[in-house]
Design a protein around this ligand. Structure first.
Ligand code: KMH
Ligand code: ZN
Length: 311
């Protein structure tokens, strides 16, 4: 495994899992997404992972002009690596959600390594009423929805990343997705070293347990030897716990309101930066590592630099 002296903390500012009813702090408008990303970077996030939302309804969208406007403004105000989602929302087509790569040529973008059930419907049990009509439909619809990332679509997407100089961050939701990555490495389609994001705790993927993280890392070691690095998302209440374990083991951590709305059990986080500050402090207190700067992150991951993006 490749490890950096300092740990990379990524902040995922807003995503497709949470609906506006769930938290008054969820950033929805472009202004708020930009502000949250910049403050998270100031708090120590060297990578910001960005999705965009319809500013009127808060619905996840793949609008390229919104992506451009948010990415441009974040770039103007901080030097964090801007990592755009190509996961979008499970309801979008693969073409729609990956269009950010040719359009904006980011330094880095997510690349989801397999198809899964993506069950958001348990959230329905937690609320009596939702602010927007789409929220109930969206969550209910996830009962019968597959997040498609087929071999054929990955055969097209991975070379597209390479032609625009965009480093794919491989989103691995279960052990089998590591074998999918290995398959593309063996065929010469995916270049090494790879950077993996273990996404744990999605209803449909592997659960957010420490023993599963150890197994994922061991399996990646077996398949890729020294040719991979990793970060961990513990979706929901395991965010800080799994992030801390990952940085203790020489990996990296992702926090942010995209994957957990809480700062601790029962207490909503007031901002993305609050979660970043906590992860930074945990990293320093328990792992003996410091937190990587954006430049350290870039050099470790071999990124092309902010001057070479198309926004
Ligand atoms: N929010 C994560 C569960 C992506 O944007 O491509 C998944 C994610 C994927 O961040
Ligand atoms: Zn995302």
């Amino acid at each position: 495994m490749r490890t950096l002296d300092n740990a990379i903390v990524t902040c995922a500012v807003t995503g497709a899992i949470h609906v506006p009813t769930m938290s008054p702090y969820l950033p929805i408008t472009p202004d708020k997404i930009v502000e949250e990303a910049v403050v998270a970077a100031d708090a120590g996030a060297s990578i910001v992972h960005l999705h965009v939302r319809d500013p009127e309804t808060g619905e996840p969208t793949s609008d390229l002009e919104l992506f451009r406007s948010v990415a441009e403004r974040v770039k103007d105000r901080c030097d964090a690596v801007i990592q755009l989602t190509t996961g979008g929302a499970p309801t979008m087509s693969v073409e729609e959600r990956t269009a950010v790569v040719p359009e904006l040529e980011p330094e880095m973008a997510s690349c989801n390594m397999g198809s899964i059930n993506f069950g958001l419907y348990p959230i329905l049990d937690a609320f009596d009423e939702f602010e927007y009509e789409w929220e109930t439909e969206y969550l209910e619809g996830s009962r019968d929805l597959i997040f498609p990332n087929t071999f054929e679509s990955l055969e097209k997407i991975i070379p597209m990343f390479q032609s625009y100089g965009t480093m794919p961050e491989l989103e691995v939701y279960d052990v089998g997705h590591l074998y999918n990555a290995k398959h593309f490495v063996d065929r010469g389609i995916l270049e090494t070293p790879i950077h993996i994001q273990f996404v744990m705790g999605i209803h449909g993927g592997i659960s957010a347990d420490h023993d599963h993280l150890l197994h994922l890392v061991d399996t990646a070691e077996k398949l890729f030897g020294d040719d991979f690095s990793y970060s961990v998302i513990g979706a929901g209440r395991m965010q800080m716990a799994l992030g801390t374990t990952a940085v203790n083991m020489g990996g990296n951590a992702r926090v942010g309101l995209e994957d957990s709305l809480y700062i601790r059990k029962g207490e909503l986080a007031e901002s993305n930066a609050q979660q970043v500050e906590k992860m930074v402090e945990l990293t320093r207190e328990v792992s003996g590592r410091d937190v990587a700067s954006p430049e350290e992150g870039r050099s470790f991951l071999g990124l092309k630099g902010q001057d070479n993006v198309a926004f």
